[in-house]
Ligand binder design. Structure first.
Ligand code: PBG
Length: 308
């Protein structure tokens, strides 16, 4: 009877698995603060991606960890850069069996760790960054990404990427916009995951955790600029925003169950303080209940197997 009247569905196709691939890695490198998550080699990435697709996940979100970094994040737009090479690997293995997505952001590739390029005073230069995002988008579309995930929170990023794609005949490449992305302490473990070089913070371009109305404004702007789906991030401390976005948005809403949310549960479960599987399914259900159509989660493949 409980199954009959259950209000919230949680299905593998609603889950997107974020994956990390490191240039030059000979073995998968464990990420200490995210037990169970690794920086993949090109080969182990291919295997993990195939397994996740086999388990039924709806999509993959790929992040690259380059061997060398510079001020403008050159490796992000290099056809031989690790993220673009890995996208080509996965597209050739998986074709259209899954929705292959890429993080369209410079922070993994810059030697200062910011999501954009800096001006002479060391501040992130919004408009100069947009030019780099357009180039990065084209490199990723060319490498086979079905959908791009601009996550840098620069004003105008969705519009610039949409135009660049359309002008280069990539009209079918979609955009999953990180629209309401908060300046959050929960990104901590991700910094280790991508060997981030960041020393300051992202308060000048990500949202203030206290602001809700601003999130809806960001979502509206991204939709007007051509976003095919919008995202709220992090998920758990922002379920009110997920709900408001789901009520307002005419396009699908994603929520990113981020690194720190993953690590808290893994840490507590490893100590025997909580039941791991029940907690994970409860968390994912809560994000769906709040209204997210899609969930990015490091548990995507494992949870998909349970749900099957
Ligand atoms: C930026 C980006 C970040 C995450 C996804 N894309 C880091 C940041 O904005 O600081 C965080 C994901 C996570 O914490 O799991 N490229």
């Amino acid at each position: 009877m409980r199954r009959l009247v259950s209000e919230t569905t949680l299905r593998p196709r609603q889950l997107i698995l974020p994956l990390f691939v490191a240039e030059g890695a000979q073995e998968p490198r464990p990420i200490g603060s995210m037990p169970g998550v690794v920086q993949h080699t090109r080969d182990t990435l291919r295997r993990a991606a195939a397994e996740a697709v086999e388990a039924g996940v709806g999509g993959l979100m790929l992040f690259g960890v380059p061997a060398t970094r510079d001020a403008v994040g050159s490796a992000a737009t290099d056809v031989d850069g690790i993220l673009n090479v890995a996208l080509r690997d996965l597209r050739s293995d998986l074709g259209d069996d899954t929705v292959l997505m890429a993080d369209t952001c410079l922070d993994e590739f810059t030697d200062h760790g910011h999501c954009g390029v800096l001006d002479a005073s060391g501040t992130v230069d919004n408009d100069a960054t947009l030019d780099r995002y357009a180039e990065m988008a084209l490199a990723q579309a060319e490498a086979g990404a079905h959908m791009l995930g601009p996550s840098g929170m620069m004003d105008g990023q969705v519009g610039v990427i949409r135009r660049a794609l359309d002008d280069a005949d990539y009209a079918e490449t979609g955009i999953l916009a990180y629209s309401a992305k908060y300046a959050s302490a929960f990104y901590g473990p991700f910094r280790e995951a991508v060997d981030s070089q960041l020393t300051g913070d992202r308060n000048t371009y990500q949202q203030d955790p206290g602001n809700a109305r601003e999130a809806l404004r960001e979502i509206e702007l991204d939709i007007a600029e051509g976003a095919d789906a919008v995202m709220v991030k992090p998920a758990l401390a922002y379920l009110d925003i997920v709900k408001a976005a789901a009520e307002a948005s005419p396009v699908p809403v994603a929520a990113y169950n981020i690194s720190g949310e993953y690590s808290m549960i893994e840490g507590a479960a490893a100590n025997g303080w909580i039941d791991r599987e029940r907690t994970i399914l409860e968390v994912l259900t809560s994000i769906r209940r709040a209204g997210a159509d899609l969930i990015l989660t490091y548990w995507a493949a494992e949870a998909a197997a349970w749900l099957d």
